[in-house]
Design a protein around this ligand. Structure first.
Ligand code: CS2
Ligand code: MG
Length: 424
């Protein structure tokens, strides 16, 4: 899918300063959908000078909705624009669309924003973190995903991460009587969007509330007090159940308890806070500062998870992070495998700069994905390090990408044992 201006990219004319308005003109925009193991949508913006930028536009299970939003409604507005007007383009796509916010819109805006920051970095010859204000730390602390069908298997999986040098690990385990518990998959790598139509799973809150504290009791007994442990409830509890779990987990000193209850009702977190001092993280499904304004202002959470791709890009997430800093809320960006290496690269530059950094989620992409998106970030001793390639440091091999056609896949759904729909 492409949009072009009749004149193709050409070399800058003699005498024009590097990065002039003419050189910065966007002359081509391509939306690339590829499935190297899983679906990814990428936006490529090309300037007259030939410098290009890449932005991730992947929304798991709704990929083509964002691809169409970009192709049909955004790309025609980009051709002929000055790639250097990052803020104005953001405001144009957000304010100017009239229909604001929402995951599809904000993911599309993020793709444009990140591609423009990438172009700025490449034209300036600077890595993205330097454009943002420079390095605040040497590397970004990351957490890996340890899963097991039962507590013993989950503990072994945590041990495996510690052997690889991880300092922080998220742990999930099967729940007796629950088929296909969240976080546990049949294959080796965890990948929830497994089938063309959503897989049906069955949820049982009482069994889960019994199991989760036992998992963490065992993990502390097996692995000691030094490792940072995290856990994701994946939005399944009511506020009072979430409060009970947060209190029951207190002895095991979690780094965070994530998405303990759905957060559309931001006030719900007041109840959890009244009952426990377990640190709370929320926000991977948010896409705007307005989704978490109350949570942050009232200091109801400790970590905000909204990351670049679903939160309107660097320009918006930077505002969110600055706002969160006023309340000592730190970042803990979403980083599951359904966010492409382009998002991971951009997020890591952000993590390298942002003063109120907490942690970064990191799951290994498949070899096929890594080959389609060559990048220069690297894991060393439990931290991810960005390189000094100008821009965000992640590229797209379009010839290889073309070999992996889109394959429709949706996320699972959950029901209670009586058949009622529940939050997955
Ligand atoms: C999860 C994700 O990483 C997480 O914390 O909540 O695995 C989430 O289920 C997927 O990103 C959904 O696409
Ligand atoms: Mg999560």
């Amino acid at each position: 899918m492409t949009g072009t201006r009749s004149s193709a990219p050409s070399s800058p004319s003699a005498g024009e300063p590097q990065g002039s308005a003419r050189e910065r003109e966007i002359v081509e925009a391509r939306v690339v959908v590829t499935s190297p193991g899983r679906n990814f949508v990428t936006l490529k913006l090309v300037t007259r000078s030939g410098v290009y930028g890449l932005g991730d536009a992947t929304l798991n299970g709704r990929e083509l909705a964002v691809a169409s939003y970009l192709q049909d409604h955004v790309v025609p507005n980009l051709i002929g624009r000055d790639a250097g007007r990052i803020e104005d383009t953001w405001q144009f796509l957000h304010r100017g669309a009239y229909w604001r916010r929402g995951p599809v819109t904000m993911t599309a805006i993020a793709a444009v924003d990140v591609a423009l920051w990438d172009i700025l970095g490449k034209m300036a010859g600077l890595p993205l973190y330097r454009l943002l204000g420079g390095r605040s730390r040497e590397g970004a602390l990351v957490y890996g995903h340890a899963n097991g069908r039962d507590i013993g298997e989950a503990s072994d999986a945590v041990g495996g991460f510690l052997e690889q040098g991880f300092l922080a690990v998220r742990a999930q385990c099967g729940v007796p009587g629950v088929k296909k518990a969240y976080g546990i998959s049949s294959g080796k790598a965890y990948e929830p969007a497994e089938s063309e139509l959503p897989a049906e799973t069955v949820w049982n809150t009482p069994r889960y509330l019994e199991t989760a504290p036992k998992l963490f009791e065992r993990l502390r007994a097996d692995h000691g007090s030094q490792v940072e442990l995290l856990h994701d409830v994946h939005h399944r509890l009511s506020p009072i159940e979430a409060a009970r779990l947060a209190r029951d987990l207190e002895p095991y000193r979690l780094f965070w308890l994530e998405d303990a209850t759905p957060a559309e009702n931001q006030q719900a977190f007041e109840l959890i806070r009244q009952h426990s001092v377990t640190a709370l993280a929320v926000g991977e499904v948010f896409n705007s500062i307005w989704d978490c304004k109350h949570l942050i202002e009232r200091q109801l959470i400790d970590y905000i998870r909204t990351t670049i791709v679903h939160g309107g890009g660097i320009s918006h997430v930077r505002r969110l992070a600055d706002f969160a800093a006023l309340y000592q809320v730190r970042t803990g960006f979403h980083g599951a495998t359904d966010l492409s290496p382009v998002t991971m690269g951009a997020a890591l530059h952000f993590d390298t700069w942002v003063p109120n950094f907490g942690i970064q989620e990191y799951m290994f992409h498949s070899e096929e994905t890594d080959a389609v998106f060559p990048h220069d970030y690297a894991l060393r001793e439990g931290r991810l390090h960005v390189g000094d390639t100008p821009g965000h440091g992640v590229d797209l091999d379009e010839a290889l990408a073309a070999k992996y056609p889109y394959a429709p896949k949706q996320l699972p759904v959950a029901r209670l044992e009586d058949g009622s729909m529940w939050d997955w």
